[in-house]
Design a protein around this ligand. Structure first.
Ligand SMILES: Cc1ncc(COP(=O)(O)O)c(C=O)c1O
Length: 430
């Protein structure tokens, strides 16, 4: 039942606390009334610049008119049949488009699901079926979702995994290379080999799963030499390489898939988030013979690859092509990176600025010392920025990284306004 009096954020927060399970976190005590491209307005009429994009979902901005129109047109035709009952062309067309975009000179196939976690789950299922092996090696600091398998793969305990185990077996964590924290590519590759010696024999490992840029883990970019080394190990032992592109995909990093920059193609790619501009759909794209391993009925889901998600995703691809958003991601990334470097030159607390394309972050440490992550300052900067009208998100295993995921469709002037607020908020708390 709606309330007769106009809602305030405080009143809605109170209702939320009474009705919604505590485990569903909320970064900001704000209720949204409407959004347009990179701007939002709350229920009290306050305007915000959105550098969070619903956690990397809005590369094409809030309610992009063409994507909304495509979904409305689809709604007028049919909203659901379940692809496993009665098929529809947009699903097939979307698969054809993504297969053409995915790297690797080999035949590929795709399937669609609803969430990022489901895409990762399905990539693992397919890898297991195809290899006949159970093991999966993931990486420290990696994040793969909130279902039990993807939590098992996730390499951060609090708040994701604590209290939710046991997780599926045969999952191991190697070290992700993070030079700032003293983990080199060699250290990381050695840790994979160590698992293959100490924990599980290579012939029982189905896949390595890695994010091209760790998202929740703190925007650490997987170095090319690390991927090349991982692929060499994979090839030596008949292990598949899965790229979790749920956060990096759909043009965020300047190519449609971040793994297009890899020296080798992954066997399977999990994709979701921005691929449909805010409508829930995810997918797995991969080597045709691997994708075809599970038999009919082994894959799918009631809402998997919903017609609305397919229509939205096809519209996103049209917008990307017409508005050259991949180039835009690269330029925007350079603009943001330059501004963050300028802030870092003045503020010792910024230990590092890093990222790929328009997936950029800064890491805050006491005195700039990587051994002293400053989660408290990060929280305060984010709260201060929100007070000044900028929505930011943190990330990182120690919660001390501020990430920028502004829509690629945002005007330069708006991005600059947001960066100014970020700079002012940082300076104000120094
Ligand atoms: C790299 C990565 N994988 C998987 C997921 C899970 O996606 P979802 O929340 O849509 O299930 C996320 C979500 O943030 C992610 O960043």
């Amino acid at each position: 039942m709606s309330q007769a009096t106009p809602s305030t954020n405080a009143a809605l927060m109170e209702r939320r606390s009474q009705a919604i399970a505590r485990g569903v976190g909320q970064a900001h005590p704000i209720f949204v009334a409407r959004g347009r491209n990179a701007e939002l307005w709350d229920v009290e009429g306050r305007r915000y610049i959105d550098f969070a994009g619903g956690i990397a979902v809005l590369n094409t901005g809030h309610s992009h008119p063409e994507i909304v129109a495509a979904v409305k047109a689809q709604l007028d035709l049919y909203s659901h049949t379940c692809f496993q009952v009665l098929a529809y062309e947009p699903y097939v067309e979307l698969a054809e488009r993504l297969i053409a975009l995915a790297p690797g000179a080999f035949p590929k196939k795709a399937l669609f699901l609803s969430t990022g976690a489901e895409a990762v789950e399905n990539a693992v299922k397919i890898a297991r079926f195809s290899t006949g092996r159970p093991g999966v090696i993931a990486f420290t600091g990696g994040y793969h979702g909130r279902t039990l398998m993807t939590l098992g793969l996730t390499g951060k305990v609090a708040p994701y995994k604590s209290g939710f185990g046991p997780f599926p077996g045969e999952v191991f964590h190697a070290r992700f290379p993070v030079p700032l924290h003293g983990v080199s590519v060699e250290d990381a590759l050695q840790s994979v080999e160590q698992i293959l010696r100490n924990d599980i024999e290579p012939t029982r490992v189905a896949a390595f799963i890695v994010e091209p840029v760790q998202g929740e883990g703190g925007f650490h970019v997987a170095p090319k030499a690390f991927i090349a080394g991982l692929k060499a190990l994979a090839d030596r032992h008949g292990i598949l390489l899965i790229a979790d592109e749920v956060q990096t995909g759909a043009g965020r990093t300047g190519t449609w898939f971040a793994c297009e920059r890899w020296p080798v193609a992954p066997d399977l790619i999990a994709t979701a988030k921005s691929m449909a501009g805010g409508f829930p759909i995810s997918g797995v794209i991969g080597r045709a013979e691997v994708m075809d391993a599970p038999g009919p009925g082994g894959l799918g889901g009631t809402y998997a690859g919903s017609p609305l998600g397919c229509a939205a995703a096809l519209a996103v691809l049209r917008v990307f092509e017409r508005d050259r958003l991949l180039e835009r991601a690269q330029l925007l990334g350079e603009r943001i990176t330059a501004a963050l470097h300028a802030m870092a030159a003045q503020m010792p607390a910024i230990a590092e600025v890093r990222g790929l394309g328009a997936m950029v972050a800064l890491e805050l440490c006491q005195g700039g010392d990587p051994q002293r992550p400053d989660a408290d300052m990060t929280r305060r900067v984010i709260a201060e920025a929100a007070r000044r009208g900028l929505i930011l998100l943190s990330c990182g295993t120690d919660g001390n990284v501020i990430r920028i995921l502004v829509p690629l469709t945002a005007e330069d002037a708006l991005v600059d306004e947001g960066l100014q607020i970020l700079g002012d908020s940082l300076r104000g708390l120094q």
